[in-house]
Design a binder for this molecule. Structure first.
Ligand SMILES: [Zn+2]
Length: 158
């Protein structure tokens, strides 16, 4: 199941979701699936433990993306945050929607125990055994990035 491409995600209804098979063939729904469907399918193919993939364009994570791993670690330690944080990995920018991006992400997750990945110049992908877990991981990295950004700004004001 995928969100449709090019539609405002905040106003979607269940009928607008697109159901595909694991090869990307649309089985149900009147819209094109997400332009990042290849990322989702590549991750499901790479690891049978993955039950859900969430991709989002998270603004604070984008701002800190070049230093996100060190900032997440710093913020986690400084503020004692995050019970099940596994860490974050990243891939450099690749054209959105491309097979190269999907392959780079699948390969990176295969080589890492991390469950969250920053897509350079683009956004975040998180995997989980459930949609709730994957979504929680996206929310967590964005919250940590927001805290890191604010901490950085406030310390530069002194
Ligand atoms: Zn995207």
């Amino acid at each position: 199941m995928s969100t449709p491409a090019g539609m405002d995600k905040s106003s979607l209804t269940p009928k607008e979701l697109v159901i595909t098979d694991l090869g990307g063939q649309v089985l149900q729904g009147g819209y094109e699936p997400s332009s990042e469907l290849k990322v989702h399918l590549g991750l499901y193919a790479a690891d049978s433990e993955i039950g859900a993939v969430v991709h989002a364009h998270t603004p604070y994570t984008r701002v800190l993306e070049g230093r996100i791993s060190s900032w997440v670690t710093e913020v986690s330690r400084k503020f004692g945050v995050v019970e099940e944080w596994q860490g974050v990995t990243s891939v450099p920018y690749q054209k959105p929607g491309s097979q190269e991006l999907a392959d780079a992400i699948a390969e990176k997750f295969k080589k890492s125990s991390d469950h969250t990945l920053v897509m350079g110049g683009h956004g975040v992908v998180a995997v989980g055994i459930s949609l709730t877990q994957a979504w929680h991981r996206v929310e967590t990295i964005e919250r940590l990035a927001m805290m890191g950004y604010k901490w950085l700004v406030l310390n530069h004001l002194d």
